[in-house]
Design a protein around this ligand. Structure first.
Ligand SMILES: [Zn+2]
Length: 262
């Protein structure tokens, strides 16, 4: 109990000592459709989580890229949107966030499902490592924030991989809550994944980004992107997946609808 009390005190201290400037936070919330539907209570909670996340994690820029407070807050706020109703401890195993100024090249063989999940084959916008860093291209993230692209958000994508990996592997199933049923999750996601693969095999237009058909891990990461940036589209095409994601993230972005998303 004493530890919990001390930890709470430390949290209050950080929030008090390292506040995100009001102007900066207000601009981020105002200019990015991703946050428009949040209630004022949720925004206040997101601000606290973002402050703590920013303070706890190591942000590193590559190629001389300087991580300004603006950039750190923007990345952190998007990452924390995923865990808004889960808690910061879901990112306990994610200490390092590496930011490239632009897309980056990797020379690796086929990604290992157990360890590494690549977002794209050779030129990447983001990457997540099991027990390792999350890597994001600022160019890609900035472009997505400037102009909301339904179904596309590299920060949400890479941090969804981190949640997926909490079970020790990237297999498209994060640790489920008590009110969720493992068999239901598996059935729903397997059917949706196979449906998407079949469409692609038959050269039919995929309902969502075809990258989701790469693996179950990518399916979870891509549907998470849709869940937050194009929830009605995800619910229209994959209603059962949408319901499972509502249960896992403990939020329903459709209630946010203000006409800016599709
Ligand atoms: Zn991915």
């Amino acid at each position: 109990m004493a530890f919990k009390w001390l930890s709470h005190l430390h949290t209050r201290y950080i929030l008090h000592r390292h506040p995100i400037p009001h102007e900066l936070w207000h601009r981020l919330m105002r200019d990015n459709a991703l946050f428009h539907g949040l209630t004022s209570v949720e925004k206040a909670h997101l601000r606290e989580l973002t402050t703590l996340f920013l303070h706890q994690k190591n942000f590193k820029g590559t190629q001389g890229f300087e991580i300004t407070l603006n950039i750190g807050v923007a990345i952190s706020a998007q990452a924390c949107l995923l865990i808004l109703h889960l808690g910061l401890e879901y990112y306990d195993e994610c200490d390092d966030i590496i930011i490239y100024p632009g897309a980056f090249k990797v020379a690796r063989q086929t990604p290992d499902e157990m360890g590494l999940v690549s977002h794209e084959a050779k030129v990447l916008a983001g990457e997540s490592w099991l027990q390792g860093p999350v890597i994001v291209s600022w160019d890609a993230s900035f472009a997505e924030m400037e102009k909301t692209m339904p179904g596309h958000n590299v920060v949400l994508h890479e941090f969804a991989h981190k949640l997926d990996m909490l079970n020790g592997r990237a297999n498209g199933m994060p640790p489920l809550h008590r009110n969720m049923v493992r068999e239901v999750w598996t059935k729903v996601f397997t059917e949706a994944f196979e449906h998407l693969q079949t469409r692609l095999e038959h050269h039919q237009h995929p309902e969502i980004n075809e990258y989701a058909a790469t693996s179950p891990a990518e399916f979870f990461a891509v549907t998470t992107e849709y869940f937050f940036t194009a929830p009605t589209k995800l619910r229209r095409h994959f209603p059962k997946v949408f319901t499972q994601l509502c249960l896992f993230y403990r939020q329903n972005p459709i209630k946010w609808q203000s006409g800016s998303f599709s």
